[in-house]
Write a protein that binds this ligand. Structure first.
Ligand SMILES: NC(=O)c1ccc[n+]([C@@H]2O[C@H](COP(=O)([O-])OP(=O)(O)OC[C@H]3O[C@@H](n4cnc5c(N)ncnc54)[C@H](OP(=O)(O)O)[C@@H]3O)[C@@H](O)[C@H]2O)c1
Length: 302
């Protein structure tokens, strides 16, 4: 099976490209000149250019496209709405049209921000009500893929963590760097979720493609916690001092876009499909600590 992976330089995209699954050929697709380090085959394309997307798909003829490219800065999406719409919705439409022509499957990534965070954790059939523009546009993009229907797969995920060098910092790496330096940290105590190890999510994506799955799935980690609890567990796991970690309410942080507070994604539907449960938080940290890049760049913690 051939799978084209968009967002080849991003956190999840690179994690998918790191999966070594028998009989799966991965082709990376990004907008930069240079390929990411884990890549064998690389295609540079502007996904906002519908003609270029159709041409690329006709040339590569993948069985599936895993679409991880997105504008993921939630606060930027709140202020730069046109850009958010073009990148997080129109780009998806270009890929759906291109996949339609070659009869390929399209696996699209979405988010728990489609929910309002009053009654999480959420199952796939729970009613949506996004609080932010990012969540709203992502919800529209889900509909674009699911209504296309043919071979559309939408995976909502949240709180991805792990270590991939030169990707943006995530909810584990930035507090980890601060804890190592002994800096003071203010962490929200009223946002709930279930952190998902990025390698685990990447593997689930490839497995779903291999099974030819379509429809909507939630993928999150096994453990539900607040962001504050997450940082305390992170410090405990690596034997770091959590004495300078302060718990604060979300309203004190001053973010432009509203966040769902009591969120989280129930993963039973995916677990039944794949025949395995997702990793818990500590299990994910242990997997991250074993990775070569982490051992090199965080040698004191390895
Ligand atoms: N990370 C999370 O915790 C999380 C949670 C929920 C859902 N998700 C979803 O999961 C997916 C992957 O997230 P991620 O964390 O891997 O994101 P990421 O690290 O920010 O990577 C996004 C990638 O998209 C690329 N991109 C942005 N605008 C583009 C454009 N106009 N044309 C082509 N490529 C463009 C970026 O390219 P450059 O590197 O060249 O800038 C980047 O490599 C997204 O759909 C996101 O909404 C993530």
């Amino acid at each position: 099976m051939k799978i084209l992976v968009t967002g080849a330089h991003g956190f999840l995209g690179r994690s998918v490209l790191r999966q070594d699954v028998a009989e799966v050929e991965l082709v990376a697709c990004g907008r930069r000149g240079e390929p990411p380090p884990e890549t064998l085959a690389y295609r540079r394309v502007n996904l906002l250019d519908a003609v270029a997307v159709t041409r690329l798909l006709a040339l590569e003829r993948p069985d599936w496209v895993i679409h991880t490219a997105a504008l993921t800065d939630v606060d930027l999406c709140e202020t730069e709405r046109d850009l958010a719409r073009r990148v997080n919705l129109e780009m998806v439409g270009n890929l759906a049209d291109g996949c339609d022509e070659i009869d390929a499957g399209l696996a699209h990534l979405s988010t728990d921000y489609v929910f309002d965070g009053r009654t999480g954790p959420y199952a796939e059939e729970d009613p949506t009500n996004p609080l932010s523009y990012y969540g709203q546009v992502k919800l529209e993009s889900e509909a674009r893929v699911l209504e296309w229907g043919k071979r559309g797969l939408v995976l909502r995920t949240l709180w991805l963590f792990g270590y991939v060098p030169e990707t943006r910092r995530n909810l584990v790496t930035w507090p980890l760097e601060a804890l190592v330096k002994g800096e003071e940290l203010a962490i929200v105590h009223d946002q709930w979720g279930n952190p998902a190890f990025v390698g685990d999510v990447a593997l689930s994506l490839v497995e779903l493609c291999l099974r030819g799955s379509t429809g909507l799935f939630h993928v999150g980690g096994a453990d539900f916690m607040t962001r504050h609890e997450l940082v305390l567990e992170l410090a405990r796991f690596f034997g770091l001092d959590a004495g300078r970690v302060r718990a604060v309410p979300t309203e004190h942080v001053g973010q432009k876009a509203k966040r769902p507070l009591r969120s989280g994604l129930r993963w039973e539907h995916l677990a039944a499909k794949l025949g395995r449960e997702p990793m818990g938080f500590t299990q994910g940290l242990a997997a991250m600590r074993k990775e070569q890049d982490f051992r090199r760049d965080f040698a004191d913690l390895a």
